[in-house]
Design a binder for this molecule. Structure first.
Ligand code: ZN
Length: 453
């Protein structure tokens, strides 16, 4: 938070330097030796037959299970009486109990296998608003970056070497900035970061002008943000001065509407992938437009008689995820069906995600990523709900495990103001429980203004 204040008071050119400095730090963390080694390895196994891929998956599974039992107190205790050495195939995984987010949250210090000091930290909110901090082993992070970049390479985009535009919920624009500059440049990896918080009808022309000048080779980030820009481009019949080779959405479920509008506006293909911030295995779209369940990155099973999935991920050595109930749903193609692109994995028919809803900032921009307001918080939030009943007022309901002291209260207030504008009025109430909707679903955000304005 202190660094944020220094950043906020600096002129924009200094902020670009700070973004780049931070970018170099991230580059070391994400793109080191393990990353480059793993990229080569991915290239090799990409040509494997289905049988070879399945063998590899089983070997990786055993490696992860043995590691978890020997290094995580939580898993050692959980698997007491189950002999992993007797496992003969992936289906033996079913002998292990399911792990929920609540179990991880409560026992996180026993779950993790490395000291948080040596870990890369990931925060996740999820649709229920339950906060969970996961600790990645440095190698986990680099391998995940390599998998993501390998997928992009299949579509012709080489990360770091090529210009990339990213739409995300980063706090890069200080709350009282007057200039219409909603992006910052991270020269370390040739990435222009665009704020998702300021995309309004009034501001979109400035975003488009910047994109035209920067001419990104690929665009990635929140599909809801890219959609709002694309929608404007289509409505106003704007011709862009560049043609990206692909759009890579992240963090949200891509709807059919997103895809049609974005592909038409940018005159290119959208290439989707699934992998959550907790560290789930990857499912990604190939050049033929099929979703590959990448069995080299983990195991995804359906819970019996349901589309909901359990994930086991081979890139979670810091915080092992084994039969973890992540909250997403998927429909698989027949197991023997494969794609003729050359990657012989099973295929996924449909990924049903977490629903996306939004709240308004005081000046009418849509905020989809409400979980941002819970970042920097310890693992005490069990449930959160934000209700907007007017453009100037947001009501925050929290179920807390422990006590919400003034310091934590202030973090939330600051985060809400950051995202929704200084003029927003906020009431925080700690409650015993938050009831579900009539549909049985829990809604983290309720927009009662939607449709009124
Ligand atoms: Zn394919």
């Amino acid at each position: 938070m202190r660094y944020q204040k220094i950043y906020d008071r600096s002129p924009i050119f200094v902020q670009n330097l700070i973004a780049t400095f931070y970018g170099y730090k991230m580059k070391q963390q994400r793109y080191g030796q393990t990353y480059y080694k793993y990229l080569k390895y991915l290239e090799k196994i990409h040509k494997y037959s289905r049988k070879e891929l399945e063998n590899l998956q089983f070997q990786e599974l055993k490696k992860l299970l043995n590691y978890a039992v020997s290094n995580s107190n939580f898993y050692e205790e959980l698997y007491k009486g189950i002999n992993i050495d007797f496992f003969r195939s992936i289906t033996d995984l079913k002998k292990l109990p399911i792990v929920t987010k609540e179990m991880l949250r409560k026992n996180i210090t026993d779950v993790i296998t490395i000291s948080p000091r040596n870990a890369n930290i990931g925060h996740t909110g999820g649709t229920t608003g339950k906060s969970l901090t996961v600790y990645y082993h440095p190698d986990d992070t680099q391998k995940r970056m390599a998998i993501l970049d390998f997928f992009k390479m299949k579509h012709g985009f080489e990360n770091i070497k090529m210009r990339r535009a990213t739409f995300m919920g980063k706090h890069i624009v200080p709350p009282d900035q007057k200039k219409k500059v909603f992006w910052r440049y991270n020269a370390a990896i040739r990435q222009m970061v665009y704020s998702s918080f300021h995309i309004t009808e009034e501001n979109i022309p400035y975003y488009i002008k910047s994109l035209n000048k920067f001419k990104p080779v690929a665009i990635d980030g929140f599909p809801s943000s890219i959609y709002d820009i694309a929608n404007y481009i289509n409505r106003k019949n704007i011709r862009l001065d560049f043609k990206p080779i692909a759009i890579f959405p992240t963090s949200e479920t891509v709807t059919g509407e997103h895809r049609t509008v974005i592909e038409s506006a940018f005159n290119t293909k959208m290439r989707d992938q699934y992998a959550s911030s907790e560290g789930a295995p990857f499912v990604w779209e190939c050049e033929k437009g099929n979703y590959h369940y990448d069995i080299t990155t983990g195991v995804i099973e359906n819970i019996e008689n349901s589309n909901e999935v359990l994930v086991t991920s081979f890139t979670t050595y810091g915080t092992p995820l084994i039969r973890y109930r992540i909250g997403d749903s998927m429909v698989f193609e027949g197991y023997n069906k494969s794609c003729d692109c050359g990657f012989n994995t099973p295929l996924v028919k449909k990924i049903m995600g977490r629903e996306s809803d939004f709240l308004y900032t005081t000046d009418g921009a849509k905020i989809y990523h409400i979980t941002n307001i819970l970042k920097d918080m310890p693992n005490i939030i069990v449930k959160a709900q934000l209700i907007q009943d007017s453009m100037e007022h947001i009501f925050v309901k929290l179920v807390i495990d422990g006590k919400l002291n003034d310091e934590y209260r202030k973090i939330i207030l600051d985060n809400v103001k950051y995202e929704f504008g200084n003029a927003i009025k906020i009431d925080i109430e700690v409650v015993d429980d938050i009831p579900k909707e009539k549909s049985g679903k829990f809604k983290m955000i309720k927009n009662n203004v939607r449709g009124v304005i």
